[in-house]
Design a protein around this ligand. Structure first.
Ligand code: MSP
Length: 633
């Protein structure tokens, strides 16, 4: 029987629209789901919305609508975000779904019947942002550190869950299963919390104070506490207690959350499961927080980053790539649009986009537009070995949830492939008919490397992977997986190669007059970016043309004698647009440090710069008289 994989995201509160924090968790879950599906595992991926509780009731009241209407509206936004971000969730759960309400009541009754719920009185400091009572230790300077607000003192009669009863069991379970909560820093945080005696959990709200919730099965006058309701979504989605899915997927449940909700997931949920006679989930995977411009994202600071804005501006895969590459799983990360554009230009436009476009262009040129037949496999296995190395590193990264490391490994492979092109110089081999067989093998190896790159990228950047595969004639319907990556004859000879548009156009960043940085998407196809240092290697000079004559037997070339502070012979392909007499005395721009080349038997020591116009070429000249030999910067 094939393995199973169950992945969940938190179900998001419907009191505010989605931002990049929500998008990040959902995208990570999607990458995991796609990866496990690709490995042939039975996969179930659930996300959804958390719709009961004070927060929602309050937000609805402010908007002048019923809580249900309010929840419907915002839940629909979260649901609509999924296809926009290419999220492949199998199910979208809402806590207002009828089956969920039934499951919550079923579990409450079970826990009640087990004797783990009692009625009592409690006074405590309640944070409406967290939707829970805070302990004295959690309150900093009289405020909730997460929400920056003073908690409200509330005293009332309520139902309590005997969480304290399971404290020792939970400590043992965490210690005996070191990966139960991961990464380790969060396991340690949970254990630190468990060092103090665990208080029982208040799990009800009197209807006199809050009506928007699930009515307790054993007392009509109370609704369930929102966290007791919400956590249960993870088993409702599987059809607990009798669903087939529950049997298949619950034993392999992987929860994915950010550090803000470690306590409900790491403490409340396992003890609730224990009391209800349900096995604990397998892993709680905890990531850090996205901050924006070095601060916590908040409406009042006006620094909320909206996922759809970024997606629309830069493209979905660039957005997915940035989030996944930039955040070290478990640690906080700072979002800045500048860093995003930087990565887009370097990793996506330069490394990946450039690799794909030049490989396809060369393969179209040297292999008649088709995947070539290779009679004899070329002995070099550099790219196949590199692909295998990337595969094993990617597998290891998925095992320990460090997706950024998987992307680093894939980029190492991309860069080895780029280096392979530079070292093998297909353009030189292309000039020599005797090298045809070698050239064909090199082009085949490069196309196979593109196939490997696309498969490796599939979970992370599904649209890009598809575009690459289409260009090399691979059908998406073929079952593609990591196991088939290093296979040398994986490509079908004769499949058409289709040159596509640039995968990632470069973005130019400009400062506008207000000193705010504005980013502009480049609409022209530019060569990969270079640093100033690289540009400065080109020695450009003002040259004065002293003499000019046509090169015999050529209708294009003119031999020039140019003064650039010293005399040079330069051959220029401008005879169709200039007569020698036109040129004498002109001041022009010369690339002075180009290695000498022989053109139609004449040695040329430099190059003259020109551009096309509708009426032919024009050489670059000046509108003020420069010094001969002056540097052009
Ligand atoms: N409704 C509860 C979760 C119940 S799960 C049984 C909740 N909702 S939430 O809308 O506040 O979502 C919190 C989650 O959204 C975080 O755990 C994380 O997955 C994601 N993020 C929200 N803001 C985030 C950042 N700034 N950075 C990273 N992820 C964050 O809590």
């Amino acid at each position: 029987m094939s393995k199973s994989f169950y992945i969940t995201t938190p179900i998001y509160y419907v009191n505010a629209s989605p931002h990049i924090g929500h998008a990040y968790t959902t995208i990570v879950a999607d990458v995991l789901a796609r990866y496990h599906r690709m490995a042939g595992e039975n996969t179930f991926f659930v996300t959804g919305t958390d719709e009961h509780g004070d927060k929602i009731a309050e937000a609805a009241q402010k908007s002048g609508v019923t809580p249900q209407e309010y929840a419907d509206k915002i839940s629909a936004q979260f649901r609509a975000l999924c296809p926009e971000l290419a999220i492949t969730n199998d199910y979208f759960i809402r806590t207002t779904d009828a089956d969920h309400i039934e499951t919550v009541r079923y579990i409450l009754q079970k826990v009640y019947d087990a004797g783990d719920i009692y009625f009592g009185s409690y006074g405590g400091h309640y944070c409406f942002g967290c939707e829970r009572f805070l302990t004295e230790k959690e309150i900093v300077d009289g405020k909730c550190p997460d929400h920056g607000k003073e908690p409200q003192y509330i005293e009332e009669k309520n139902y309590f869950f005997k969480m304290s009863k399971y404290q020792n069991w939970l400590i043992d379970h965490i210690k005996n299963n070191p990966e139960f909560i991961r990464p380790e820093r969060y396991k340690n945080e949970a254990l630190a919390f468990l060092r103090d005696p665990l208080e029982d959990l208040c799990i009800s709200r009197p209807k006199s104070r809050l009506k928007w919730g699930i009515t307790l099965p054993f007392d009509e006058n109370y609704v369930t506490y929102v966290w007791f309701d919400a956590l249960i979504n993870y088993v409702t989605a599987l059809g607990y207690p009798n669903g087939e899915k529950f049997k298949k997927f619950w034993p392999v449940a992987e929860h994915l959350i950010a550090k803000d909700i470690l306590k409900p997931h790491g403490i409340y949920w396992p003890t609730m499961l224990k009391s209800a006679g349900i096995e604990p989930y397998r892993h709680l995977n905890v990531h850090g927080y996205w901050n924006s411009d070095q601060s916590k994202m908040s409406k009042s600071l006006g620094n909320i980053v909206r996922p759809l804005d970024l997606k629309d501006k830069y493209g979905l895969d660039a957005f997915r790539y940035f989030l996944l590459r930039d955040m070290v799983f478990g640690l906080d990360s700072n979002f800045s649009e500048e860093a995003f554009v930087g990565r887009l230009n370097s990793d996506l436009a330069n490394d990946l986009g450039n690799l794909v476009s030049r490989t396809i262009t060369m393969a179209v040129k040297y292999c008649d537009g088709k995947v070539p037949e290779i009679d004899r496999k070329k002995k070099d296995t550099i790219l196949y070995d590199a692909a295998q190395k990337a595969v094993s590193e990617v597998k290891a990264s998925f095992r320990d949830m460090s997706l950024h490391k998987a992307l680093i490994a894939i980029w190492e492979f991309i860069n080895i492939t780029n280096k392979y092109i530079v070292e093998n110089e297909p353009w030189t081999l292309g000039k020599d008919p005797a090298s045809k067989e070698k050239l064909t093998a090199i082009m085949y190896n490069l196309l196979a490397a593109l196939r490997a790159t696309a498969i490796l990228l599939m979970p992370f950047m599904p649209q890009t992977a598809e575009k690459i595969l289409r260009q090399i004639g691979v059908e998406q319907s073929e079952s593609l997986n990591l196991a088939g990556i290093g296979v040398e004859d994986a490509l079908t000879a004769g499949s058409p190669l289709i040159r596509g548009e640039s995968l990632f156009p470069r973005i130019t960043q400009e400062k506008d007059s207000n000193e705010n940085s504005a980013k502009k998407v480049s609409t022209i196809s530019l060569k990969p970016g270079i640093d100033y240092e690289e540009f400065a290697k080109v020695d450009l000079r003002v040259g004065k043309i002293l003499a000019a004559e046509a090169v015999p037997k050529s209708n294009k070339l003119i031999k020039l004698k140019v003064d650039i502070g010293e005399e040079r012979t330069i051959v220029a392909g401008i005879a169709k647009d200039y007569t020698p007499a036109d040129l004498i005395g002109k001041k022009v721009v010369i690339v002075a440090n180009l290695k000498p080349a022989t053109l139609m038997g004449v040695e040329s020591y430099g190059m003259l710069l020109a551009t096309d116009t509708d009426n032919g070429l024009t050489v670059l000249s000046f509108d003020r008289e420069p010094q001969t030999g002056a540097k052009v910067r």
